[in-house]
Design a protein around this ligand. Sequence first.
Ligand code: UD1
Ligand code: CA
Length: 452
Amino acid sequence: MSVALIILAAGKGTRMQSDLPKVLHKIAGAPMLVHAMKSGATLDPARTIVVAGHGADLVTAAAQDWDKDAEIVLQTEQLGTGHAVAQAAPALDGFEGDAIVLYGDTPFIRPETLEAMIAARADHDVVVLGFEVADTSQKKYGRLVEADGALTEIVEFKDASDDIRALPLCNSGVIACDAQLLMSLVAEIGNDNASGEYYLTDVVALARARGKTATVVRCDEAETMGVNSKAELNAADAIFQTTTRAAMVEAGVTVQMPDSVYFSHDTYVGPDAVIEPHVVFGLGVTVENGAQIRAFSHLEGCHVSRDAVVGPYARLRPGTELAEGVKIGNFVETKNAVIEAGAKVNHLSYIGDAQVGERTNIGAGTITCNYDGVFKHRTTVGRDVFIGSNTMLVAPVTLGDESMTATGTVVTRDVPEGDMAVARARQDNKPGFARRMFEKLKAKKAKAAKEA
Ligand code: UD1
Ligand code: CA
């Protein structure tokens, strides 16, 4: 059966104290909206419709950056969740299949939970995701009212009697229903309630009035966590990190001092890789089996192959591709650089816009001078090259296989295969000069101390 996701993302999120629309605040590097889209994506939806309002241009860009086929419908005034869903009606005209409503500010709904809801649809017209709270006095969620195992209605907290407020079963907001039925139900919703809003939750009673059935699928409260403030955003990020670290360890990755390691939503690390303490994974990192990411390294947009060693204190920037067994040592920065198998860049280097051949050794302090203030240029270093310490590779420049540079060389011309480049002033020793100089300076200091 086809599924259409309807993701509500029109709200401003006043409590975020931010110009950015609420759903664009990030957890593990991805906007909350993308987290919601990702969990919905596991149902392989035929359509993904995002209801945007506040900051619609930014919301559209973020949604389509993740899924270029995502459709945006506008809700110019936020008149309630029912009104928001109704905005999707024209887009879903003629669509055959189910609609699932998700919130853009509720990032942790598990794919398994959505699958259970779709499965429950086999026997019920409307399926609502609910969760039980331990302490009903603190929770202002809508309440799910059941009778004889069926869901009879949802009552918003503001509109609920004390008896209903005491019910532990709460509404998550996630609903699954035949798309055309849902659209005809939301068209009937009124706003005669405590908030003066069009409540999506009214669809349950409206469906029952038409002789349709409704039921509840239950999940953990943690899964339905919504984010309304920066503090809740931090809490959500911490939950994501805890879950991801545990999943990594479960998959066979060694994560030392896991609480100090930060993962992005799309980080992949293969089994038998070792992640030392205080490593930060930015977006777009893949680390293959057996690689070692040593302490205090920062990685972003890069691929680390098997048995490579990175760090401690290394910075891999976007476009870095490390082949098998490569070694990147302390205080080395790489960007847009392909380092081929067995090559080493062990100390204090910047390698940018470059290609480094197999087994080549880059000496300490070597820098690719890739930027002339206007253009970026490439450096190509062949295989089995030995780059002496403190070499400046002024790009564009190419060094042939098995070539060499003398320490301190400023390379401004290509170096042919097998040659050695030396470009530095010849050394000149001045006999006794240092000793005479020291004596002069010490005498000057003594004189100054006497006069003071
Ligand atoms: C909603 C549910 C409540 C449930 C709770 C769970 C209704 C009426 N109430 O209440 O039963 O317990 O979620 O968190 O549905 N939005 C729009 N356009 C609007 C209104 C809302 O896009 O006009 C979006 C918001 O940006 C947000 C989501 O819908 O992402 C939920 O809206 P919100 O106002 O937070 O609903 P609650 O009052 O929390
Ligand atoms: Ca809410």
